[in-house]
Design a protein around this ligand. Structure first.
Ligand code: SF4
Length: 62
C-alpha cells in the first residue's frame, strides 16, 4: 500500500488466516516491525481487538 493504509481498511498483506504475509521480510513497514503488542490493544479475542481499533478510529477522526 504505497500511499499508506487508510483507517478502517484491511491491509492488503493480511492473509485470510489473519497472518501478515510480510512477517519476517525486510519490506514489512517499520511501524509494523516496531509495534509492541499489548493486552490493552489486542484484547483476549479478535473481537476485542477490533473494538479497540474502532474506538481509536472514532477518537482520531478529523
Ligand atoms: S503487520 Fe503491517 S504489513 Fe502486516 S498485515 Fe499488519 S498492517 Fe499489513
Amino acid at each position: 500500500m504505497p500511499r499508506g493504509k487508510p483507517a478502517n481498511t484491511r491491509c492488503v498483506q493480511l492473509a485470510a488466516d489473519f497472518r501478515c504475509q510480510l512477517f519476517g521480510r525486510p519490506e514489512r513497514p517499520a511501524v509494523c516491525q516496531t509495534l509492541e503488542p499489548s493486552l490493552e490493544m489486542c484484547g483476549r479475542t479478535a473481537e476485542e481487538a477490533h473494538l479497540y481499533l474502532l474506538r481509536l478510529d472514532l477518537l482520531t477522526r478529523p
